[in-house]
Design a protein around this ligand. Structure first.
Ligand code: HEM
Ligand code: HEM
Length: 179
């Protein structure tokens, strides 16, 4: 029997899928010159701000202290991916953690440079506009890699990671300890 472990609290799950929806809406559908784009973008920025607070006071696996940036552990994980060794992490994996910090910081940079363009001081300033676009491009590349990693790691580990972000539970295969 697979073992079910509760890992993601409702805030983390609602945060994740709202950010996905808001980011995709602004990157693909909304008109950047219209207020809908700004409202959605500022909402994403607000959600990220709340996530930063939750990273300090939230439950165990939501806390930054549960997934500190650790490049050496991320290298180990890449070696495991190459050699097929399976080590299942209950919370975020070391590579996942690095990607999460990258995504959170990039979303903040997008939000700030977007907001700047709506102020009198920075309205129409070309480098701010270009920086906003460049951060969006970086986020798109990161998201592509993030989604690819989520699906390849799900296959390698035998744990459906997207489902865990929906239900809050990781279903661990038999004979795995989970860390
Ligand atoms: C999830 C967050 C966001 C995403 C994915 C996003 C995406 C984009 C994209 C793809 C463009 C077009 C860039 C280009 O033409 O090179 C753009 C432009 C723009 N964005 Fe955002 N944006 C976000 C947040 C915001 C926020 C929070 C604001 C303001 C409060 C904002 C204001 C603008 C403005 C003013 C432009 C330029 C429009 C123009 O060309 O006149 N964005 N954004
Ligand atoms: C369909 C597309 C996506 C899927 C299936 C997906 C799936 C996941 C999964 C499974 C996790 C947890 C990873 C782990 O087990 O450690 C995660 C975390 C995360 N993802 Fe995504 N993701 C998607 C798109 C995005 C997008 C578009 C963004 C942002 C632009 C994003 C930002 C994040 C962030 C910030 C976290 C950390 C969550 C937290 O701890 O609060 N994801 N994602």
């Amino acid at each position: 029997m697979p073992r079910k472990v509760r890992v993601w609290d409702p805030f983390v799950r609602i945060f994740h899928w709202s950010v996905v929806g808001g980011f995709l809406a602004n990157a693909i559908f909304t008109n950047p010159e219209k207020s809908l784009h700004h409202t959605i973008g500022l909402t994403v920025l607000g959600l990220v701000a709340l996530r930063l607070v939750w990273g300090l006071i939230g439950p165990r696996h939501a806390r930054f202290s549960d997934f500190p940036p650790n490049p050496a552990a991320a290298m180990d994980q890449m070696r495991e991916m190459a050699t097929g060794r399976r080590r299942i992490h209950l919370g975020h994996s070391p590579l996942g953690a690095l990607m999460i910090y990258n995504l959170l910081l990039t979303l903040i940079a997008i939000g700030v440079t977007g907001y700047m363009q709506t102020t009198v001081a920075w309205f129409g300033v070309e480098w701010v506009e270009e920086l906003h676009g460049a951060f969006v491009t970086w986020a798109e590349i990161s998201v592509a890699l993030h989604v690819l990693a989520v699906f390849t790691e799900s296959r390698r580990l035998g744990v459906n990671l997207p489902r865990s972000m929906l239900t809050g539970y990781k279903s661990l295969p038999e004979a795995s300890s989970g860390e």
